[in-house]
Design a protein around this ligand. Structure first.
Ligand SMILES: Nc1ncnc2c1ncn2[C@@H]1O[C@H](COP(=O)(O)OP(=O)(O)OP(=O)(O)O)[C@@H](O)[C@H]1O
Ligand SMILES: [Mg+2]
Length: 252
């Protein structure tokens, strides 16, 4: 069974078909790339997958469960986590607390337990601290656990966003241009981290990236969107050799 199975997904804004008849199947453990020029509809696909927008048509199945039309929070609990094109961290919170905010999804304790600091609360807090620190180590952020998130350099903020998304223990991780604004060294390091995350957590990852060369280096499959429609999709090498992609994407 596919981890993600999307059929005939579509949404219009006014007269504009931002995503039109979009189909994709992603198997468990795949590192899959969604590419295409500015305004092609990539982020809109993520917004549809995560319930930010309700589709006008089509269906979304996650690991065999139909999640079409569910709310964002429910979809996160179902197992989709994402990062955003523009970083969205709790900037005033510490690095550690940002990751713990993700963990809270799976460590619910009642408000009363929190207020009265019952023993179970302390135990869970300790567990969450340990788990959050483990995740921060993966991203080489454990040394900065007590920094305010907004004081981290840009590249590290991007990594922290991924750590926080992973803290919700997703089945599918959606990354929207995770390398945007990074310098070449940071980008190379991030790509290594994404590969590592995929191996360590046996994660299925769908990655939006603007830079076709970059994404082709780590994704085994690609879908190319253009004007809201799938131009082509399949194995990375086949897609990159497709003349239509070169024409549409590079404008050559
Ligand atoms: N809420 C909205 N209301 C109206 N139009 C929208 C909305 N969201 C997206 N669009 C339009 O849908 C189209 C696709 O936008 P989207 O942000 O998905 O593109 P993208 O492929 O992510 O582009 P970029 O590479 O620039 O991030 C664009 O024309 C955009 O203006
Ligand atoms: Mg976008």
């Amino acid at each position: 069974m596919a981890m993600l199975d999307v059929k005939n997904l579509g949404i219009s804004f006014g007269g504009l078909k931002a995503v039109d008849n979009f189909n994709v199947t992603i198997e468990k453990g795949e590192l899959y790339g969604l590419i295409g020029p500015n305004g092609a509809g990539k982020t809109t696909v993520f917004n549809l997958l995560t319930g930010v927008y309700k589709p006008d048509m089509g269906s979304i199945c996650l690991d065999g469960k139909n999640i079409t039309g569910r709310k964002t929070i429910e979809i996160n609990q179902d197992g989709i986590a994402r990062t955003f094109q523009n970083i969205r961290l709790f900037k005033e919170l510490s690095v550690l607390d940002n990751v713990k905010a993700g963990l809270h999804n799976h460590h619910p304790y009642s408000t009363l337990e929190g207020i009265f600091r019952l023993p179970r609360y302390y135990k869970m807090e300790r567990e969450m601290n340990d788990q959050a620190m483990e995740l921060l180590k993966v991203f080489d952020l454990d040394g900065e656990y007590d920094y305010k998130a907004s004081n981290l350099p840009y590249g590290k903020q991007r990594k922290l966003e991924i750590a926080r998304a992973l803290a919700t223990d997703p089945k599918l991780l959606l990354l929207d241009e995770p390398a945007a604004g990074m310098n070449p060294n940071e980008t190379a390091e991030l790509m290594e981290t994404i590969r590592f995350v995929r191996e360590k957590f046996d994660m299925t990852i769908l990655l939006i990236e603007h830079d076709m060369k970059l994404v082709s280096g780590i994704c085994e499959k690609l879908t190319v969107l253009n004007f809201g429609q799938v131009l082509t999709q399949g194995d990375t090498s086949n897609v990159l050799n497709d003349k239509r992609v070169i024409t549409a994407y590079l404008g050559e």
